[in-house]
Design a protein around this ligand. Structure first.
Ligand SMILES: Cc1ncc(C[n+]2csc(CCOP(=O)(O)OP(=O)(O)O)c2C)c(N)n1
Ligand SMILES: [Mg+2]
Length: 362
């Protein structure tokens, strides 16, 4: 595979058609419904997620965790969407939304442990397990939202997926059903411009991903995914609409969060083989961590010293999570839990064989 002379994703950065952004303009940023304390908390969570991301890449290189999908540049949007959720709401992430899961209640120790192949329970949270098969979580999320409607339960379900997932049948089936049954669901498409080595422009002939919502009869919005305040604002509106739709309008929303995958697809990928580093560099200039940091100092919400404290606390938080996760003894029996409510005979037999094998290893 060769690196193209012209990188199609170059166009996406300049195309701001219907792209909602607030951080570039102070008055717009001020109008977002988050007070100073909440803005600091948003920054703290994003900054901690950045630290987590950097440490996980490094841990993978040392052989201390399995393959890792970096989220550098995408943490701001992920955290902002979770901040817009109520604690009773459900989140369906993919393999890349570590920060979204963290911001909605999965502790960092659990995240690191999962990356070590150990599966502590997520049962105390309303965060579904991360899905690797592309787009399969969309019908699950719609099913959960439909169940909530049938039970008259006031929850909203937010579901993440990538630009590549929009080419899967599951995407279209889920959005169609969400519209027909009018369920309280928010679809967040993290358009990071790449599906491994396939650029967004080769994924679809549609001009935007948000416009696909029109075909299903509900609202589609494009937001600057490198602007956490804009993402928060747009997601908050979508969640309100899901809970209480305006008259004659449907509950679901498709949010296209326009971002860029700053790094590799996973730690097993080398993006230099198929894209130009100069373009990634342009996108990095709009880094959500720096943009939110600048907003906090420009509006006198934080001093430089306070921001430095947040950074050093982020390091400690992540280091503690790593140490705790590395001290957890793997339970060989655990992968068999939570597969079926009532295990099948074959699964029970496999569990016994595996248990005997693990006992021999000890
Ligand atoms: C059903 C299915 N087909 C193919 C794959 C292989 N695969 C893993 S990640 C990926 C690209 C997904 O791209 P996108 O949806 O944009 O998400 P991103 O990785 O960029 O976050 C593919 C094709 C898979 N995991 N599942
Ligand atoms: Mg992608």
């Amino acid at each position: 595979m060769s690196v193209p002379d012209h990188d199609p994703t170059e166009q996406s950065i300049v195309s701001t058609d219907n792209l909602i952004t607030v951080l570039d303009e102070q008055s717009a940023a001020q109008s977002v419904s988050l007070d100073a304390t909440e803005r600091v908390s948003l920054y703290r969570t994003i900054r901690t997620a950045r630290e987590f991301d950097q440490r996980m890449i490094s841990l993978q290189r040392q052989g201390r965790i399995e393959t890792y999908a970096p989220m550098t540049g995408q943490e701001g949007s992920q955290v902002a969407t979770s901040f817009a959720l109520d604690t009773r709401d459900w989140l369906f992430p993919t393999y890349r939304e570590h920060a979204a899961a963290y911001a909605h209640g999965v502790d960092l120790t659990t995240l690191v442990a999962e990356l070590r192949g150990i599966c502590p329970s997520r049962e105390s949270t309303r965060v579904a397990p991360p899905t690797i098969p592309i787009a399969t979580q969309l019908p699950h999320a719609v099913g959960m939202a439909w169940a909530a409607t049938l039970r008259d339960d006031d929850v909203v379900v937010l579901c993440h997926f990538g630009d590549g997932a929009t080419s899967e049948g599951d995407f279209h089936e889920a959005l169609n059903m969400a519209g027909v049954f009018d369920v309280p669901v928010v679809f967040v498409c993290n358009n990071n411009q790449w599906a491994i080595s396939v650029p967004r422009e080769s994924q679809t002939a549609s001009q935007t991903l948000a416009q696909k919502a029109t075909a299903y009869g509900f609202e589609g919005v494009r937001v600057d995914g490198l602007d956490p305040l804009a993402v928060y604002s747009v997601t908050k509106n979508a969640i309100e609409r899901a809970r209480e739709p305006p008259e004659n309008e449907l509950r679901p929303t498709l949010i296209e969060s326009v971002q860029y995958r700053f790094g590799a697809h996973t730690t097993a990928d080398d993006p230099k083989r198929y894209r130009r580093e100069a373009i990634a560099e342009q996108w990095r200039e709009r880094d959500p961590v720096s943009r939110l940091r600048d907003h906090l100092t420009a509006t006198d919400i934080c001093t430089e010293a306070e921001l430095e404290t947040i950074e050093s606390e982020a390091k400690t938080t992540v280091q503690t999570a790593i140490e705790r996760a590395e001290s957890i003894e793997p339970d060989p029996d655990r992968p068999f839990d939570d597969v079926f409510a009532t295990p099948t005979d074959r699964l029970t037999a496999q569990r016994q064989i595996w248990g005997a094998h693990a006992a021999q290893e000890d």
